[in-house]
Design a protein around this ligand. Sequence first.
Ligand SMILES: [Zn+2]
Length: 223
Amino acid sequence: MLLLTVLFAALAAWTLWRWWRINPDDNPLDARFPLVPLAVYGTLAALAYLPTLRADLAAARAGRAISVLEGRKLAYRCGSTLGVFFDRDTDMAVGYVRWTEDSIEQTAKLRHEVCEGLQRFLAAPNAVDANWRDKVIAIHVLAHEARHMLGERSEARAECQAIQRNALLARQLGASEDAARELALAYWRDIYPHAPPGYFSSDCRGGGALDEKLPSSPWNLAR
Ligand SMILES: [Zn+2]
C-alpha cells in the first residue's frame, strides 16, 4: 500500500503547488487555500500507510523478542506485496538473510505473507484458529532466519535449530506455555515432514545427530 501513500502524497503536493502558483488577481475563488483536498489526500495517504506501519511494528517486536532469546541484536524487515516482484535478492523465498564469505547481515528480510502471519499471531497468540498454519509458519521462519543471522549457513541445520526454538520464540512473543508447545509440535509434525530437499533431515529427531537436547525441542514437548 506504500504505492498508494506515495500517490496520495504526490496529489497533495501537486494541489499545493498549483495553489502556490495561482495569481490571486485572475480568479479570487481559485486563490483559496485548498484545505479540503489536502485533508482528503492526507487522510488517504495515512490510511494507505497503516498496513505498512503495522507490519513494521510487528517486525520490530519480533526483532526485540529474538534479540532477547539469542542474546544478540537481530532484526527483521517486512517486504511489501509489490516488492516480491522487484526484489531479486530474496529469490521469492519466505525469508532471507544475505551473507558473504566473511559477513552475515543481522537483519532478515521477510516476505509479506510471513509478516501477515506474524501479525495474526501477535493479535491472538493462543488461538488455534483459521490462521493457525500461517502463524506457525511465521514463527518458524523468524526462528529459522535468526539461526542464519547467528552464523548457521546450512539450511538443514538452521531448520532443525529453529524447530527446537519455536516454542521459546512463541512464548517470548506472548503465547501461553500450552499454545507455544502446540505451535512447536504443529510445525514439527505437520509441516517439517514436507520440507523441501536440503531443509529436511532425518537426523532432526530425538536422539538424532541434530538433537540439541533442549527442553524446548519438540520431541521433549510431546506428551
Ligand atoms: Zn534458510
